[in-house]
Design a protein around this ligand. Structure first.
Ligand code: AAT
Length: 292
């Protein structure tokens, strides 16, 4: 159990903390990369925690996983080859698999322990691995992308942890350059981009790097995720040069995709209206991000 001082000491959000009541610790262990904890909470179902930071809960995972996936895949006409960076829980795989046009889904997750633990405690997310289009690569995504053929992917979804620990390099320019290289012309990147309440500097840095690298346009979007610090999470949507991408109006609306509307695979959070709304920014955010 952390002391009060430790509790308020996370460098990503110093001076604040969010509490969930623990009913039962289900798993506690350590991989070569991070500490892994799963507990049953009173009100959010099972919770996955890496290095003391909540990554997902049964109750609100839908908001994050659906948005990070469909903001990208619904913005291009017919996504075929898709890569997930991180996302070892399988939730983003589950979302990508709803797109009938998709032919291959690669995933590169660094930590086998995250995958194993999610198999045992998050069956509603792990189900993503059962799709025959999925190919799992366990390793560092930085290395994976360096070796990836040029122009392979229609979309890359970066579902990785905060930039402390194994995800540090995933917010740096060389990483974004390898992503752009791995995308087809007109291909898109959806990248986790922290909280507008807490991390405007980090978002500004990522925006200016991405504007240099992705010439087809860069946009910031956000959604409510109650168990993430400050209750919101942002996304950076970027397009490589090529056929223009209008992220603000989904050209491939989810409501028309058969695989996303049948057999209990319906959306819990995402729809075309929330897609458009996600790009509307509060005044202070517009002002702070304008120059970047
Ligand atoms: N869908 C759950 C949300 C996550 S999990 C992030 C995943 O990224 C973890 O499983 C972690 O092991 C993996 N990861 C971190 N670094 C790398 C890397 N270099 N290569 C491949 N995978 C990596 C994110 C929640 C964000 C929380 C916001 N506060």
């Amino acid at each position: 159990k952390p002391s009060k001082a430790q509790y308020f000491n996370n460098p990503m959000w110093p001076g604040e903390a969010h509490s969930l009541k623990v009913e039962k610790i289900l798993y506690q262990g350590k991989s070569p990369y991070q500490e892994v904890l799963v507990f049953e909470s009173s009100t959010y179902g099972n919770v996955l925690v890496l290095d003391g930071i909540v990554q997902l809960t049964d109750k609100d995972e839908c908001a994050y996983q659906e948005m990070v996936t469909h903001l990208a895949l619904c913005s291009i006409p017919s996504p075929k080859n898709v890569l997930v960076v991180g996302g070892g829980d399988g939730g983003v795989l589950r979302e990508i698999a709803k797109h009938d046009s998709v032919e291959t889904i690669d995933i590169c997750e660094i930590d086998q322990l995250v995958i194993d633990v999610c198999k045992d405690f998050f069956p509603r997310l792990y189900v993503g691995y059962k799709d025959p289009r999925v190919r799992l690569h366990v390793g560092d995504a930085v290395e994976f992308l360096r070796n990836s053929p040029e122009g392979k992917y229609d979309a890359i979804i970066v579902d990785s942890s905060d930039p402390i620990g194994p995800a540090q390099e995933l917010v740096e320019k060389p990483f974004f350059q390898t992503i752009a290289r791995a995308l087809k012309p007109g291909g898109v990147l959806s990248n986790l981009a922290e909280s507008m309440w807490l991390h405007t500097h980090l978002i500004q840095d990522m925006l200016s790097i991405c504007r240099e690298v992705f010439k087809g346009g860069v946009h910031y979007a956000w959604a409510s995720v109650p168990t993430y610090p400050s209750g919101v999470i942002g996304f950076l949507l970027c397009a490589k040069d090529g056929p223009p991408v209008d992220f603000l109006t989904p050209v491939n609306p989810i409501e028309k995709i058969e695989g996303a509307t049948k057999d209990g695979r319906e959306m819990r959070f995402y729809n075309s209206e929330i897609h458009r709304a996600a790009f509307i920014l509060p005044t202070f955010v517009k002002r702070e991000l304008e120059a970047y």
